[in-house]
Design a protein around this ligand. Structure first.
Ligand code: G1P
Ligand code: ZN
Length: 542
């Protein structure tokens, strides 16, 4: 074991729930990754002799940082490292491995849906023993440590062979290279009716899954093609590439355009889906219909009992505040709790650990359940397939029936990226100052019912999270929400979430942007978006 002097401490960014995200050249600076990893270890207690899980989404610089992390884990006194073969573990698979093998925690290397490559994004994230992202008190401690760190411990040994399964010794620590897919596939098989899905597929039902040259390729190949019998070629872009083939591995209608076009063609397959860089997000497209993540959450919750893993019903549903209210009406009908949390998966952890919620979701294409403590892209795809196999109806029919039973929430998010930070903060402050005067005010046919800055009281640990987004609710269930992104890398990103509730099935066929036009205009009037940001249009509409 040697102790190296760390010469490049940094304290420029607080690691959020998604860990520390920077460009690859930043991580390549001398001691940079080492400092962060040592700061993680320095913030933890009681891991001597324990197990650490390490894996990543395969992006550029993944293997190099994995070697550093293994050698540092050995020098810091961990007893065992479990690492995915080739350095691969999707985020939900890492969460599962941590839980299954009762590891102390895990280091997950990813920058999620952001591009990869020598000048693109990289990230390091720490997950705790329940398999979920480190809570704020841990990330705060890590950040404080990065400001003062002056040395790190690293074993002076040769690189570990990551490509052969089995155990090797690094000083006093055992490194076991595991199959990254096997445990995860077994978990999925325990939750879903694979034989029903196999029957559906062998009966001619066509599935296409776009792995976007990212981490879910090997998982989807094994599960969808091998275990569920979908023909070869059903999984597209299945080889994880360090630069994701030059694309953004972000499963939305912009970056997964190719899949969208396949699904809108007249000879489209029956069901299309995609996942992101590290496998925690999902995109669901039925033949001829894109299912919004908010609708998907509601539909999955309403039908989850059709899958063996959820046959006993749900304890509750949790959604992030900006996610549409579609799930609320499902919870109401099922007579179960509905929890509205701030944006970010970490807020679901306590609800899942306490058995208060079973299924959770965010409008940003994240859905998951109590099976792990991360959102899970393939899980959502398999639950959809299980529901389709049992109901024997098309995705389009299932969505339309859902709307006629519960009403439809037209929903869209408008993002203004790279906005001047002062302008963005000024916009939010000005809005906040207006809130008290809004209730009762009319904007055309819309009347404000309530207006506030969302504050969350965690029912489990009683912590309070303030200033989580401005929400303006109109009579009848329509809503606009404003918040600033916590994950952007340059300037500020203003997110405006617009939602209109439409109970009348005769009005379920409108174009979304048209259906929301009056609310979009009110959002601009209230927040002075154009004037304050200098933008005439959002950068991205989803
Ligand atoms: C975004 C999403 C949020 C998600 C997070 C991490 O955060 O909006 O739902 O949990 O990425 O994937 P934001 O940039 O809005 O802070
Ligand atoms: Zn992700």
């Amino acid at each position: 074991m040697i102790k190296s002097l760390s010469t490049n401490p940094y304290s420029d960014q607080k690691p959020g729930t998604s860990g520390l995200r920077k460009k690859v050249p930043v991580f390549q600076q001398k001691n940079y990754a080492e400092n962060f990893i040592q700061s993680i270890f320095d913030s933890l207690e009681g891991f001597a002799g324990e197990t650490l899980v390490i894996g990543g989404d395969g992006r550029y610089y993944n293997r190099e940082v994995i070697q550093k992390a293994i050698k540092m884990a050995a020098a810091n006194g961990f007893g065992r490292v479990l690492v995915g073969r080739g350095g691969i573990l999707s985020t939900p698979a890492a969460s599962n491995v941590i839980r299954k093998y009762k590891a102390f925690g895990g280091i997950v290397l990813s920058a999620s849906h952001n591009p990869g490559g020598p000048t693109e994004d990289f990230g390091i994230k720490y997950n705790v023993g329940n398999g979920g992202p480190a809570p704020e008190k841990v990330t705060d401690a890590i950040f404080d440590r990065t400001k003062v760190i002056d040395s790190y411990k690293i074993a002076n040994v040769a690189d570990v062979n990551l490509d052969v399964e089995g155990s090797q010794q690094v000083e006093d620590m055992t490194v076991t290279v595991i199959d990254p897919v096997a445990d995860y596939a077994e978990l999925m098989e325990s939750l879903f009716d694979f034989s029903a899905i196999r029957k559906l597929i062998s009966g001619g039902f066509r599935v296409v899954f776009d792995a976007m040259s990212a981490v879910t390729g090997p998982y989807a190949k094994e599960i969808i093609e091998k275990r569920l019998g979908a023909p070869k070629g059903s999984v597209m872009n299945f080889i994880p590439l360090p630069d994701f083939g030059g694309h953004h591995p972000d499963p939305n209608l912009v970056h997964a355009r190719a899949l969208y076009e396949i699904m809108m063609a007249h000879d489209a397959p029956d069901f299309g889906a995609a996942s992101d860089g590290d496998g925690d997000r999902n995109l669901i497209i039925g033949k001829g219909i894109f299912v919004t993540p908010s609708d998907s959450l509601a539909i999955l919750a309403a039908n989850a009992h059709l899958a063996p893993g959820y046959a006993k019903g749900l304890a509750g549903i949790a959604r992030s505040m900006p996610t549409s209210g579609a799930a609320d009406r499902v919870a109401e009908k099922l007579g179960i709790g509905l929890y509205e949390t701030p944006t970010g998966w970490k807020f679901f952890g306590n609800l899942l650990d306490e058995g208060m919620a079973t299924i959770c979701g965010e409008e940003s294409a994240g859905t998951g359940s109590n099976h792990v403590r991360e959102k899970d892209g393939l899980w959502a795809v398999l639950l959809w397939l299980n529901i389709l196999a049992v109901r024997k109806e098309s995705a389009l029919d299932i969505v339309r029936q859902h709307w006629s039973t519960y009403g439809r929430n037209y929903y869209s998010r408008h993002d203004y990226e790279g906005v001047d930070s002062d302008a963005a903060n000024g916009l939010i402050t000005a809005l906040r100052d207006k809130l008290a005067g809004l209730p009762g005010k009319n904007f055309g046919a819309l009347t404000v019912e309530t207006a506030d800055d969302f504050s969350y009281n965690d029912p489990v640990d009683k912590s309070v999270s303030k200033n989580q987004g401005i929400r303006i609710l109109f009579r009848g269930g329509s809503r606009v929400v404003f918040r600033l992104s916590g994950t952007g890398t340059s300037g500020a990103t203003l997110r405006v979430y617009i939602e209109r509730f439409e109970p009348d099935p005769a009005r379920h066929d409108l174009d979304t942007q048209e259906a929301l036009a009056d609310l979009i205009a009110v959002a601009d009037e209230l927040a002075e978006i154009k004037a304050r940001t200098g933008r005439q249009e959002p950068s991205v509409i989803t």
